[in-house]
Design a protein around this ligand. Structure first.
Ligand code: THU
Length: 157
């Protein structure tokens, strides 16, 4: 018998502890919650991806009356970046949210499983780890890679 332990390391920081580049990315993700179209859930999510060319690609969740036709902020941002900057590596992604009460959730918003899988594809394309910043009201979770959010991921066939 052998046991395999999967460990996810998260560094919890305050906004003030971030460097200027990370603050800029967090600000962009927070700002993008304004671009959310969430008339059904009233949960507004913004995502911002720092690309290797210095650009920041952003996205927000876009809901639809036919629920599965909507998409999350992370996928709207990563697909936009993939389409507009093909071949440009992702460096880091920040994700922020505004809850149904109109305030930022205390616990940082974590991407859904489908978004983790979508982001993993771009991490693979980048050829290096893509850092993740999950933004909450007073704390920001910093993860070293998308991979660390999706242990035992399906990535090859
Ligand atoms: N949502 C995101 O955009 N990203 C996440 O990481 C979690 C959930 C959206 C989908 C839906 O529009 C709303 O939040 C409620 O699930």
């Amino acid at each position: 018998m052998k046991e395999i332990e999967l460990i996810t390391r998260i560094i919890c920081r305050s906004y003030d502890e971030l460097d200027a580049a990370d603050r800029r990315l967090v600000d962009a993700a927070r700002g993008m919650t304004r671009g959310s179209y969430a008339p059904y859930s009233h949960f507004r999510v913004g995502a911002a991806i720092l690309l290797a060319n210095g650009e920041i690609a952003t996205g927000a969740n876009q809901e639809n009356a036919a629920f599965p036709s909507g998409t999350c902020a992370e996928r709207s941002a990563c697909f936009w970046a993939g389409a507009n900057y093909p071949g440009v590596a992702f460096e880091k992604i920040a994700i922020a949210a505004e809850g149904t009460d109109g305030t930022e959730p205390e616990t940082p918003c974590a991407p859904c499983g489908a978004c983790r899988q979508a982001l993993l594809e771009y991490e693979k394309l980048a050829g290096h780890d893509v850092g993740v910043l999950l933004v909450g009201r007073d704390k920001i979770y910093e993860l070293p890679s998308v991979r660390s959010l999706l242990p035992l991921a399906f990535s090859d066939f």
